[in-house]
Design a protein. Structure first.
Length: 277
């Protein structure tokens, strides 16, 4: 395992960057250089310098503090949305696989096709009419988008497990489909699910930033990278770095979890592990 990791730079880079972003988010919950919600108009649009390494925004708020708290906001939404989508999607996918070829299987997969037809942004816009804008709206919209992704993947992976000899032996021994799903199917598809979760997390960060940028995600005054980009566009000629810093934060975080997903895929792929030996 250690040797495989040493030959897997994507995994190392992804782990380091993801850990760094996570550490910043955790620290921001207890400490930031300044109160990210406190306005100081006399300090507005200050360039990076002593006291404010990333400058200040149009309200005089410290950009570094906003970025730190925005990291926590993005990660919380990402974990909540992907976690909910994974739980529901894997449950439906493994259920469909256990009943492959039946009416239940067909109903579940057609429902997933229907859900997948609605993009996350369109779903959020529809939900805003029902529950209003906010963090919960963004989490729900991104979670709904993730359900069919995990349902399709888990069903396809589970079907391959159901054709194995040990699954047939378990059926012959009198185990129920539910018992086989928990004892054989889920443990054998867990690696694939974890890899996909890492990729979906990167997409969730992008989706959250996009929704906040459009005004249907995290609402002010709560810090959000997407909201910071939206606010910065008015002051691009005066202080262009206001858009650069949140843009870099989004790019680095998305890259980190994409690299982590690629690295994990390489690590759990039997063919690639054999090549590393």
């Amino acid at each position: 395992m250690t040797r495989s990791m040493a030959r897997n730079p994507a995994l190392i880079i992804g782990l380091v960057l993801a850990a760094a972003v996570g550490a910043v988010a955790l620290v921001s919950l207890v400490w930031t250089p300044y109160d990210p919600l406190k306005m100081a108009i006399v300090e507005r649009l200050r360039p990076p310098g002593a006291g404010h390494p990333f400058g200040t925004d149009q309200f005089g708020r410290d950009v570094a503090s906003l970025l730190m708290r925005g990291a926590a906001n993005s990660l919380v939404i990402g974990f909540a949305a992907v976690g909910a989508g994974l739980s529901v999607g894997v449950g439906l996918g493994t259920l469909a696989a256990a009943r492959a070829g039946t009416l239940l299987d067909d109903i579940v997969m057609r429902a997933m096709d229907f859900t997948f037809a609605f993009p996350a942004v369109l779903t959020a816009i529809m939900l805003i009419e029902l529950i209003g804008p906010g963090t919960g709206d963004a989490i729900l919209a991104i979670a709904i988008f993730n359900v069919p992704v995990f349902a399709r993947l888990s069903r396809a992976s589970a079907l391959s497990v159901w054709t194995t000899d040990y699954a047939a032996a378990a059926r012959a021994a009198g185990k129920t489909r539910t018992e086989i799903t928990f004892s054989h199917v889920l443990p054998n598809i867990a690696g694939v699910i974890v890899v996909q979760a890492s990729v979906q997390f990167a997409l969730a960060i992008l989706a959250e930033a996009g929704l906040s940028y459009l005004g249907v995600g995290t609402q002010p005054p709560n810090p959000s990278w997407g909201r910071m980009l939206n606010d910065a566009q008015t002051f691009l000629k005066v202080q262009p770095l206001l858009a650069v810093f949140p843009g870099l934060a989004i790019a680095v975080t998305v890259f980190a979890f994409n690299a982590l997903g690629d690295g994990l895929s390489h690590l759990i792929d039997p063919k690639q592990r054999n090549d590393d030996r």
